[in-house]
Write a protein that binds this ligand. Structure first.
Ligand SMILES: [Cu+2]
Length: 291
């Protein structure tokens, strides 16, 4: 989605050509698809809606809707939860798709019902019984069922990110202490032989539970590796815990997700996951460093 946001309003004039031939990585975003015409052109066509322009608009609208599923493939960005690299983010992505699909279906249903109601001749007001059914089913039962299901699902996700303090996982987990600073990240490895720490790079094993203890040296920050886990605040004077588990070795982008001052945008970091067997040599080679 980055293309759309970085283009901004200044890109209106170039947009028609940019949509056809997207440059750089990724695909045209929702923003670009929604802006196939420049505003002036759109306003002109609104002034005199001829039959031809109306049918053209319908074709364009249909084409835009038909393009939406294709955009699913455009979301594999380093900071997208929709490109999951762990069980937790896979669940988050599934939840997102279920909600997006459900919302789309309900919206389409509402549009169809509204169209049928408007076209009805003569118009007929619903009776008292109809209104009651609408209020109870649509206003109480449907929202209650949806919210309860979403709450249960979210609580399960929350639990999956809460590190166990006892049992075999607590013994086998890899531990990292995270300290946020203005504006950089410090990672300490209590299981290393010596006092080891890295700056703006966190090294973890893949396929193994990793328990993080987060705190801050100054103001509130938030630790977030979107492809791997949900975000969690790093608060001065307090220790928050987060459990993560990466599927595969690789590099995963992370950011501070809480505005923390002028340098907030300049505190990205990288989570580097290794094969579990490599961790001993990785820890041995970690050297102290500062940004
Ligand atoms: Cu920050």
């Amino acid at each position: 989605m980055g293309n759309g946001t970085t283009m901004g309003w200044m890109g209106w004039r170039k947009m028609e050509t940019a949509v056809g031939v997207p440059r750089g990585r990724g695909c045209p975003s929702f923003f670009m698809v929604a802006s196939l015409k420049c505003p002036h052109e759109a306003m002109r066509s609104m002034e005199q809606p001829s039959c031809r322009s109306r049918s053209l608009s319908r074709v364009q609208g249909t084409a835009t809707l038909a393009t939406l599923p294709l955009l699913a493939g455009c979301m594999e960005t380093p900071l997208s939860t929709l490109a999951p690299a762990s069980e937790v983010t896979r669940s988050v992505a599934t939840l997102w798709w279920v909600m997006a699909t459900g919302t789309g279906v309900v919206l389409l249903l509402m549009i169809v019902l509204a169209t049928l109601a408007v076209r009805r001749h003569p118009p007929r007001a619903p009776g008292r019984r109809g209104i009651l059914v609408l209020l109870i089913a649509g206003g109480l039962m449907l929202p209650a069922a949806t919210i309860t299901a979403l709450l249960a699902y979210s609580l399960r996700l929350d639990e999956a990110q809460w590190p166990a303090f006892t049992g075999s996982e607590a013994r086998e987990a890899f531990h990292v202490d995270v300290v946020a600073h203005r504006w950089w990240w410090e990672f300490r490895y209590p299981q290393a032989d010596a006092e080891a720490r890295t700056v703006n790079e966190i090294h973890v094993p893949a396929g193994v539970p990793v328990h993080l203890r987060l705190t801050s040296a100054d103001v509130i920050h938030a630790f977030w590796v979107p492809r791997v886990a949900g975000k969690l605040d790093a608060v001065p004077g307090k220790v928050n815990r987060l459990r993560i588990q990466v599927d595969e070795p690789g590099r995963y982008a992370g950011v501070c997700a809480e505005f923390c001052g002028q340098g907030h945008a300049h505190m990205p970091f990288t989570l580097i996951a290794y094969e579990a067997g490599e961790m001993a040599s990785v820890l041995a080679n970690i050297r102290e460093g500062r940004p």
